[in-house]
Design a protein around this ligand. Structure first.
Ligand code: NAD
Length: 317
């Protein structure tokens, strides 16, 4: 009997590993890039998160049938090379949707009430009660750049807070805005001018790279906040630095950066910028879902069945 071997190169939840181990030989091991190149030919499947890069070179040396990404973004996988070799790339696109929606709203609430400054200064023995005047999010307008899975969950939740949602998303199916209670606009200029908060939920593409730069930040209200929990590179960091420093906007929050890990970034000196190390999907629930769903997708392919979440659907034709 031929043994089918799966390499789990970045850790996923134990129960998902145990499930796969019932039918396949599973190796849990993180390899360095050069080790991965020399070992990959032993495996029929690989499961990664964002830590392991599945490059063209790795793919070409392999006999892989499927590459599983426990999560959504496949920036670390050469999907084109995989498709050329008819290797399925599968993922778990909804696993972190709620987690990212929640961190986005957490940032909006934290920014509007100066919670990071309040924490730091209170712990430092200051009592900045008068200076830290906040604003409510109730009655305010939230502008969306992109409103797919995550955007829709944000929209649902902020309406309960009494916010109005204005969406710019040229690819949104026409029935969606009414369904999720948002106003769709193609007037990006208006969105920048009227929004009290702007949140980004689009992918980094040639179209969205640098989409929020000096001109766009200039149009925003001086009281407005910008939140980016999508992808670095959509916001021009130089322009954001300038806008925050000069008080052109009130504050911003970034979970993602143009270069990651972002260990040094001049933006970090700014008090009105809240940051986190790309932890939008870092919740117990999201990681559990991602592991379970991805393992199931990998199993389907290895059993010659159609995966539900396939990044290269061309292979399903
Ligand atoms: P999605 O595909 O469901 O939604 C993306 C939306 O962006 C779509 O509705 C699409 O029509 C729209 N869009 C495409 N081009 C656009 C443009 N030029 N202008 C405006 N809108 C445009 O994706 P999703 O699952 O909601 O993910 C959204 C973002 O969140 C992605 O960038 C993803 O990488 C990011 N994300 C971040 C984390 C994190 O840890 N911070 C975790 C998961 C996802």
């Amino acid at each position: 009997m031929i043994t089918i071997k799966i390499l789990i190169a970045d850790p996923i939840i134990t129960s998902a590993v145990e499930n796969l181990s019932k039918n396949f030989e599973v190796v849990e091991r993180h390899f360095s890039p050069s080790e991965l190149l020399s070992k990959i030919s032993d495996y029929d499947a690989i499961i990664v998160r964002s830590g392991t890069k599945v490059t063209r070179e790795v793919i070409e040396k392999s006999k892989l049938k499927v590459i599983g990404r426990a999560g959504v973004g496949v920036d670390n996988i050469d999907v084109e090379a995989a498709t050329e070799k008819r290797i399925f790339v599968v993922n778990s696109p909804r696993a972190s949707t709620i987690s990212v929606a929640e961190i986005t709203i957490a940032y909006m609430l934290a920014l509007s009430r100066n919670l990071v400054q309040a924490t730091n200064e209170t712990k430092a023995g200051k009592w900045p009660k008068k200076r830290l005047m906040g604003t409510e999010i109730y009655g305010k307008t939230l502008g969306f750049i992109g409103c797919g899975r995550i955007g829709a969950e944000v929209a649902k939740r902020v309406q309960i807070f009494g916010m109005t949602c204005l969406v710019y998303d040229p690819y949104l199916p026409p029935e969606v805005p009414a369904k999720i209670g948002v106003e769709l606009t193609d007037d990006l200029d208006r969105l920048f001018r009227v929004s009290d908060f702007i949140t980004i939920h689009a992918w980094l593409t040639e179209e969205t790279r640098g989409m929020i730069g000096e001109n766009e930040l200039e149009k925003m209200k001086p009281t407005a906040f910008l939140v980016n929990c999508a992808r670095g590179g959509i916001v021009d960091e130089e322009a954001l630095y300038d806008a925050l420093k000069k008080g052109k906007i009130a504050g911003a929050a970034l979970d993602v950066f143009s270069v990651e890990p972002a260990r040094e970034n001049k933006l970090f000196e700014l008090e009105n910028l809240y940051v986190s190390p790309h932890i939008g999907a870092s919740t117990k629930e999201a990681q559990e879902r991602a592991g379970q769903v991805t393992a199931e997708q990998v199993r389907l392919v290895l059993n010659s069945k159609k995966p539900e979440f396939c990044v290269n659907p061309k292979l399903l034709e």
